[in-house]
Write a protein that binds this ligand. Structure first.
Ligand SMILES: Nc1ncnc2c1ncn2[C@@H]1O[C@H](COP(=O)(O)OP(=O)(O)OP(=O)(O)O)[C@@H](O)[C@H]1O
Ligand SMILES: O=C(CO)[C@H](O)[C@H](O)COP(=O)(O)O
Length: 405
């Protein structure tokens, strides 16, 4: 007889209210929770989306969207560093796993939800950016399950072989980051996100970064890089780029305006676009919240060589939403002097004076450490830590969801 039970899922961190026969065992198997009777025979299955779990200890889910080669991995390294501890692939697992696990965070790559492997995409004539090459039902079911404290068997897309490998177990972490092409594409997945970020790299800059990586590190020719960018563009414009309208924070990377007709693409103008009114997220500001400010910090306290550095800050609208925008054009000559800039920024969610500068110095070898990309990625990392801590604090004392009769 079915009875309503408040069920603490074994070895997981959540309490779920599920209608089951008493003394059943639970296991998450791809899209479904499988209920076993004590004799271990499969009794029934239930979709993860039909289960309600208590808020306590629920995984906080962060979405990071960007095209390939746009700095997601670099951003992830900065983010996990803010929480301390190294992020590593699952121990003893598939060496080609795309997952990175640290004490606090688990980063999963949404490429793992490609439903078509490399050959399948070629046969069907679709790119990996096309929604038809991705399994959004499974993505939703599994992210929902993890958020509810249930471990999942997540598939692995192997970038070396281009095949779908056997799945790996993902246990619910404190913070789950879903990074890739489509974290905000499917409305159901989007609704699971506690915070979302879009890395918006302009075509000129994307091209320069791709050349740097794929020519220097992967031996691709200039023509093949150009052809790959061109081939992806229609699907990028149709399916990836529109996600930025949903992001709580966008890091936009553009060519500098400090050098007239610059075509080198080395000096960057970076804009941190922060949505107003997002729960647990207070946008960063320069000098005076809500004002419009233009600031050139170069002089006695900040060494700047040509073309210098310019900050701007102010309110704006972005896809119909009220936002605050902090912009940095130019690059730092001396990273230790960043403390001067840091001391003029507010709401940066540091735990001690100079934490942004410390993080930037710690990872001075990461790409973008001398400009706004590194600075704003570090700040967003600190804001995510703050958001996580606020969510956890808000849950203390939150009542368990009532058991359904
Ligand atoms: N802020 C930056 N400044 C300059 N170059 C950068 C920056 N971020 C990334 N790059 C360049 O772009 C390349 C790709 O960066 P990264 O691996 O972080 O991107 P990704 O989005 O994770 O890529 P993929 O999805 O293809 O694995 C780096 O090797 C580097 O050459
Ligand atoms: O856009 C991508 C996401 O990073 C990749 O191109 C996609 O995952 C397909 O992978 P591969 O190029 O290895 O077949």
């Amino acid at each position: 007889m079915a009875v309503s039970t408040v069920y603490t899922v074994q070895s997981l961190n959540s309490t779920c209210s599920i209608s089951t026969p008493s003394k059943t065992h639970l296991k998450f198997n791809q899209k479904h929770l499988v209920f076993y009777t004590t004799s271990k025979k499969t009794f029934t299955t239930k979709r993860a989306s039909d289960i309600s779990c208590s808020a306590e200890d629920k995984t906080v889910v962060i979405g990071l969207a960007a095209d390939s080669g746009c700095g997601k991995s670099t951003f992830m390294r900065r983010l996990t560093s803010v929480f301390g501890g190294a992020a590593e692939p699952p121990k003893g697992g598939n060496p080609d796993s795309n997952t990175l696990i640290s004490d606090t965070t688990t980063v999963i790559c949404l490429d793992d939800y490609h439903s078509l492997d490399r050959t399948g995409r070629k046969e069907k004539g679709v790119t990996a950016l096309d929604p038809r090459a991705n399994d959004f039902d499974l993505m939703y079911e599994q992210v929902k399950a993890i958020k509810d404290g249930v471990a999942v068997d997540k598939p692995i897309y192997n970038h070396v072989s281009g095949l779908l490998d056997p799945p790996e177990v993902i246990k619910p972490p404190k913070i789950l980051v879903i990074e890739g092409l489509h974290p905000m594409y499917d409305a159901r997945v989007r609704d699971l996100l506690d915070f979302s970020i879009y890395l918006d790299i302009s075509n000129e800059v994307k091209f320069a970064w791709k050349i740097q990586r794929d020519m220097a590190e992967r031996g691709h020719s200039l023509e093949s890089i150009k052809a790959s960018i061109e081939a992806r563009k229609p699907d990028f414009d149709a399916y990836i780029d529109p996600q930025k309208q949903y992001a709580d924070a966008v890091i936009e990377v553009l060519p500098t305006e400090l050098i007239p007709d610059d075509n080198e693409g080395k000096v960057l103008r970076v804009r941190l676009i922060m949505k107003e009114g997002v729960k647990f997220f207070n946008p960063v500001y320069l000098f005076d919240e809500g004002s419009t400010i233009s600031w050139i910090p170069c002089g006695r306290k900040l060494t700047c060589s040509y073309p210098g550095i310019k900050f701007t800050y102010g309110p704006d609208t972005y896809y119909g939403n009220e936002v605050s925008v902090l912009e940095m054009d130019g690059q730092f000559d001396r990273l230790d002097e960043l403390i001067y800039v840091e001391s003029h920024l507010s709401n940066i969610s540091t735990k001690f004076y100079g934490e942004v500068t410390q993080q930037m110095l710690k990872h001075s070898d990461f790409p973008g450490s001398n400009n706004g990309t590194g600075l704003f990625q570090t700040i967003v990392g600190l804001k995510i830590r703050d958001l996580y801590e606020q969510i956890v604090a808000s849950r203390v004392g939150a009542p368990l969801e009532a058991t359904k009769a």
